[in-house]
Design a protein around this ligand. Structure first.
Ligand code: 4AD
Ligand code: MG
Length: 463
């Protein structure tokens, strides 16, 4: 059998060709007096290839009954198109119907609501919009690796099952094989005896690979993780998922400024890469999802991001005259409404806020000389708010131990982490980029559920 040509390759042809084989799913079919025209899509690109079926085909009757969603294989001659708006079409010598469909196929031509499409997450990648989303998702993942590999970072696979709460926020999913109906109990206090659990201790799905990445940065100098992370936070928003992917670089011999520089360079690189390599898909988002998208992306790659301290951010927010749901005062954990005001309304560009009060940030961030703030940084972008969170890490053993006690942590559980400060400690820094938030930013898609193949959110884990 001839090997198949993808629709993308067929449409990029430079010369007519005979005996070309294409395969995919029928988007639409219409008939004229002499022909049947089938629009074929195989997901290799946004556009369809038009297949022309002549009455002389032995199964012309069956072709005329083809409906949207059916899978076919067609062999024939690629010729320059007579019709407007397309360069090539395939005049079929043979059409094989591989898998039929019928009028109950849910993705008919009319527009559908996002909610309806989420309920058919197994079929929505066959729509134009979601085909584009998931092609861009794939390219973005590739570009992430390319960015770090070009700069000499080593990719580290940090564990997915872990014993530590890296963010200290208690938003952990437990991993256990204990019988939840009748777990073993400790004789002394009657509490669940995790010593009898699978790993002989309590374990969780990771919320972040940072702590383990720190161990590797303190050996391989520049590392990054890129993997799934899990948070049992009950926030039903358009920007939170319970399973999401995070990119976490970690650099030894690096301070907060080097960290902010890398985050800015990375976001620009990713935007630039997607503009270069996914132009057709971006065109669809610009037309149907977000009219401002292309102008915004161009603006982002061309200009330096703003940088302000948390204290300056509070001053600006107070002076803004806006009625925020969460009133602004020093010590407030910035909410999405504040983050968006800063990046969307005030600066109208991405902005990195740094040096947050120590009380609202995790134990591992380096204490500044003012003893009030830590070297935290959050990168905020228009339309989304926080896309990156990071910090310089506390490398001084005594200060770190003090921070951990203040956060009521059991130091014995983190002996290995403290060892990194006992042996060859160095200033180091890193951050986490939410992969889905970055994808929302480059596509303009407003809900995180629509950039994840099968989203996990509170009360919802179908498929
Ligand atoms: O700010 P976060 O919680 O930082 C950390 O986890 C650090 N350990 C990272 C580091 O320094 N290595 O999360 C980092 C980013 C956020 O800025 C956001 O983009 C994304 O991860 N994120 C989420 N994305 C989707 N759904 C959620 N529930 C998210 N929580 C965080
Ligand atoms: Mg954060």
């Amino acid at each position: 059998m001839v090997s198949a040509t993808s629709v993308k390759e067929a449409l990029q042809s430079t010369a007519p060709a005979d005996g070309m084989l294409v395969q995919g799913w029928v988007r639409t079919r219409r008939d004229s007096k002499e022909f049947s025209f089938v629009e074929l899509n195989d997901g290799s690109c946004l556009r369809n290839l038009q297949i022309i079926a002549r009455q002389t085909l032995p199964n012309y009757d069956a072709v005329q009954r083809l409906t949207t969603g059916a899978a076919i294989r067609a062999q024939g001659s690629l010729v320059t198109s007579q019709g407007k708006g397309q360069s090539w079409e395939l005049v079929a010598d043979e059409i094989e119907i591989i898998g039929g469909s019928d009028e109950t196929y849910p993705l008919q031509k009319k527009g559908h609501t996002p909610e309806f499409l989420r309920a058919i997450s197994h079929l929505r990648p066959r729509s134009n919009l979601f085909g584009c989303v998931f092609r861009v998702r794939s390219r973005l993942a590739f570009a992430v690796h390319q960015f770090f590999q070009e700069r000499g970072f080593v990719y580290v696979h940090t564990p997915i099952i872990t014993a530590s709460d890296a963010e200290g926020a208690g938003e952990l999913f437990s991993v256990t094989t204990l019988d939840l109906e009748k777990p073993p109990r400790r004789p002394d206090d009657g509490r669940v005896d995790y010593a009898q659990d699978f790993f002989a201790r309590r374990t969780f799905l990771t919320v972040s690979g940072q702590l383990e990445a720190e161990a590797f940065a303190c050996a391989l100098s520049k590392v990054y993780t890129f993997g799934p992370t899990f948070r049992a936070e009950n926030s039903n928003t358009s920007r939170h998922a319970n399973e999401f992917w995070m990119i976490e670089p970690e650099m030894a011999f690096c301070d907060l400024h080097g960290n902010m520089d890398l985050a800015e360079e990375m976001v620009k690189y990713l935007v630039h890469d997607i503009r270069e390599n996914c132009a057709e898909d971006l065109g669809l988002f610009a037309k149907f999802v977000d009219k401002e998208l292309l102008a915004r992306l161009e603006f982002v790659v061309d200009r330096p991001f703003q940088r302000i301290s948390y204290e300056e951010a509070i001053t600006l927010l107070k002076a803004s005259g806006e009625e925020f749901e969460f009133p602004v005062e020093y010590g407030l954990n910035l909410q999405s409404e504040h983050e968006r005001w800063l990046s969307e309304k005030h600066f109208k560009c991405p902005v990195t806020v740094f040096n947050y009060p120590k009380e609202i940030k995790p134990f591992y961030m380096r204490l500044n000389d003012d003893h009030r703030t830590v070297t935290a940084m959050d990168l905020l972008v228009p339309g989304i708010g926080e896309i990156v969170g990071g910090s310089q890490r506390e490398e001084r053993l005594d200060v770190l131990e003090e921070n951990m006690r203040r956060h009521k942590m059991d130091l014995a559980d983190y002996k290995w982490y403290l060892d990194l400060r006992r042996y060859g400690t160095v200033p180091h820094a890193g951050f986490g980029l939410g992969f889905e938030r970055m994808l929302m930013f480059v596509t303009g898609v407003a809900n995180i559920r629509d950039v994840i193949p099968f989203a996990r959110t509170p009360g919802s884990a179908e498929f």
